[in-house]
Design a protein around this ligand. Structure first.
Ligand SMILES: [Zn+2]
Length: 281
């Protein structure tokens, strides 16, 4: 079973003319003004999944500031998942800081989303304000037995569009708030996982955290797989491609040369996600 837990799809009208949606959405513009930054519909995603022999993808939209647009996008994700019922798992996406984020989260979880994701605050923002906004969404997920997938990135190194300003303290505080709830921290958790080596407090606080591999070929050397398996264990690492940023083939090629046991590769490539999301063939 091969499962990709991190894909983005957009409604055809946004894919056709993205520039119409830049107004009032500086982060969407920052990430997608470059025409080389691809946008995909559900159909394009399905074709890429067939090509890579992926059984299933977890898919979601974008954290729009405009909650109406977020709702329209979430509806598209839900409809697509209904059209490809055994192959797409929908998450609802909101901007945690947006007015109406909680109401939209409630709505989309009631309508069948399996969780919220990829939640992100890309703009400069006070960390405690952001945490308070996340806290209500965490409680909403708890009430719906839903899971949470949150963007995380390394606090140092080169700058790129979509690199959020928060540091490890923020993601650690978030993980503590979400205790008991499955929490997927994207992009290897921005390095937070390394601190699972600490003797006290942290391993317990991060026990429910999963790390996805999204954008790994752009960010890390392939040895990251081996090190993260040693530190966090192979059962909490999930293949995420960030499609259409990258396709699954790049990740499979890296994993094949990362010096991992065959059963660990299988777990990362889908076994863990199948268990977490209750996906059966
Ligand atoms: Zn991300």
């Amino acid at each position: 079973m091969k499962v990709d837990v991190h894909t983005h799809i957009f409604p055809p009208e946004i894919v056709k003319d993205r520039s119409r949606f830049f107004d009032g959405e500086p982060m969407f513009q920052a990430l997608y003004a470059n025409p080389k930054a691809r946008l995909a519909t559900a159909e394009t995603l399905m074709a890429a999944m067939d090509e890579a022999a992926l059984d299933c993808s977890v898919t979601f939209g974008f954290p729009w500031k405009n909650t109406e647009l977020a709702a329209r996008h979430n509806d598209y994700v839900l409809e697509s998942a209904a059209n490809y019922a055994s192959r797409l798992v929908p998450l609802g996406c909101v901007n945690p800081l947006a007015a109406g984020a909680l109401e939209e989260s409630e709505r989309v979880l009631r309508a069948g989303a399996r969780g919220l994701g990829e939640l992100a605050v890309y703009e400069q923002c006070d960390e405690s304000t952001a945490l308070a906004c996340y806290e209500r969404l965490i409680e909403c997920c708890r009430a719906h037995h839903a899971l949470l997938l949150v963007h995380a990135n390394e606090p140092i190194g080169h700058a790129y569009p979509g690199k959020a300003p928060f540091g490890l303290r923020f993601y650690y505080a978030l993980a503590r708030l979400a205790r008991g709830l499955p929490l997927i921290l994207a992009h290897w958790g921005g390095g937070l996982g390394c601190y699972e080596l600490l003797r006290r407090e942290v391993p317990e606080a991060l026990a429910h955290v999963y790390y996805d591999t999204a954008a790994s070929p752009f960010l890390y050397r392939p040895e990251v797989y081996r090190h993260m398996v040693e530190i966090a264990g192979g059962e909490r690492i999930l293949l995420g491609t960030d499609y259409p940023l990258l396709t699954a083939g790049r990740y499979f090629a890296e994993m094949a040369h990362a010096g991992l046991a065959a059963e660990t590769v299988e777990a990362i490539a889908g076994g863990n996600a199948a268990r977490l999301f209750g996906i059966t063939r």
